[in-house]
Design a protein around this ligand. Sequence first.
Ligand code: MN
Length: 737
Amino acid sequence: MEATLLHTEDERKLIQRAYRKLLRSIKTEIKPEDKRNLRAAYELAVQAHSKQRRKSGEPYILHPIEVGRICAEEIGLGPTSVVCALLHDVVEDTEFTLKDISNLFGDKVAMIVDGLTKLQDLYDVRSPQAENFKKILTTLAKDVRVVLIKMADRLHNMRTLGAMPKHKQLKIASETIYIYAPLAHRLGLYNLKTEFQDLCMKITNPDAYKEIASKLQETKLERNRYINEFIKPLTGELDEIGVPYRITGRPKSISSIWNKIKTKGVPFEEIYDLFAVRIIVDVPLKREKRVCWEVYSIVTDVHTPIPERLKDWVTTPKANGYESLHTTVVGPGGRYVEVQVRSERMDEIAERGFAAHWKYKGVDSRKMDVFSTWLDGVREVLENPSNDAVEFISDFKSNLFSEEVYVYTPKGDMKMLPKGATALDFAFSIHTMLGYRCTAVKVNNKLEPLGYQLQNGDQVAVITSKNQKPSENWLNYVVTGKAKSKIRSVMREEQRKRGEFGKETLMRKLKNIKADFETNADEVAKYYGFDARPPLYIAIAEENLDLSDLKKLKVEAGKIIFKKKAPQVDHIPPPSILSKSKKKYTGTPRLLINDEEANHFEYSLASCCNPVMGDAVFAYITVSDGIKIHRTSCPNATNLMAHYGYRIMKADWTSSENASFVTELVIKGVDGKGVAQSVTGAITNQLGLEMRSISMDGDQGYFEGRISVVVQNTDQLNYAIKYLKGMVGVSSVERVD
Ligand code: MN
């Protein structure tokens, strides 16, 4: 079957080699039946994709084979999942149908392939990403394998994104960072999450990525020497425990280092915990906890621990199943070093997440429960979705992706809620009625407001009253999906009642002017600027409308004759309509938007990130303010692209001489002998830049200045930053994001 003319001899060898590698990567037991299915799936996929090539030019079939390998080797899934991975693009891209798959491989495989087909190429669909996200979660609730295989698919696509055009890369990256990375985290797939984040950073922030990567490389030898020095005094005592163990010292991921640089405002050189030391012991389940603490005791005998940094996820695993003992100690030379202690089983779960859990299913059912509890939560959110998809997604993210807090009922039962949950959330989590009637809460025997944020270990008692009922502003006091959806449903019921009242009022008024209700209701709504009847009813009930207007209109045979009024609609005009409209910028074009000269569009530079010529940028079609140009590293970019991917257009700078851009710099330093003055002097004199605004703050010999300057392009800007950084007394110069 492989003998298709479209693959060359070399390619056929490549494909067979990839398939053999895939088979070797399956670590779970392969029954003869599995073997037959794998072979059949492989041959079907080869045939089905024989005419396709990837963007990079290589035979398409290499993609499903590689996805299968990632499933087996990096996620730890078994033969059935590999079969599905091999078939994941078959129904979508070729003439084979789901029926064929079901006939050949059975219903289970067909169901998973169907789920994967529905999740195909989400980023290309012209619908908000939130809808796509919902789709992913729906399949997740049905069979987790669908999402795990989808992750493998996304990972391989991300790894091979280079062949795609830049603006597509950005869209895919933003969706990955918004949906797949948190999902991977939540499913305990730490390796995947980290790789997703790194691959995205490589696309959205290539310069910072390259810089950190090369610095990590440069400091590798020194780091290894230090780790050896740290480990050496431990080994003797560790040997004495008498169990096999291994120690690793791996650097943290590039994206997490970058996060630290940004949030802590320190340069690479000053980040002390660039790596974590991991001690993994090979012991039977029964002895795990005891041995982990024994190792902890040995480590802290040699290196002084920092007590606040001790985290015990061995006794109480994280909600995503993560188990490990973390501590930070003071290592040689006074450097802080994070040490993680865990068993081989815990390590496998930490590396592979969900799939590894299945392997240990039945080993300890209490620990398995964290996943079923979470999946129950997913189903619950799906059953009570709010109308707005964007709201839904943010509910979901704040609930099911976040870390958790543990609190106690007055009887001492432990309850797990997402971090940031409030006392009112707690009430709703126990029982819906308890939430509705909650008037006050006592936390650790002290009265607290309903919006009190729960802390680990709090004991919470709910005080209720029969006369209490939820109000709109309760939505501000809760974060959990359950509480929100319950409060919203009460609000909707209230609205319905108000709507009914508004409807009755309108009926009465129409009757008074001898106009028929059914004939006129839609027109009346339009007349007052509503696109449907319900919001009209509510506006009437809330007395926001002056219905006496209606009396002035003519009525003929029960029908009101309306004077024309422009409907007020809020829609996004497609770019073709905007095209050649008002010209905001004349003169030399500075940008190409979707390969067209930008001055055909009404566009402006986004004020949140102030792009400068030379920055990587994209164009975003706003609802009412034309096209905005953002930097790809803009803090809003991920959000925009993930939610409104269909409004993104590509934008490129074109060369131009007379361009000028305003950008803001934050300059920090020691205010010894008038450093602030010499900085501003340098900007105007040595650098010859125009300053737009300036604010300086000084405190106890330290100063921080925010200066807006006008530059022509990023080269000029980078030169200025470098120059200012080199000045005496200046400790950092950052461009404002
Ligand atoms: Mn695929």
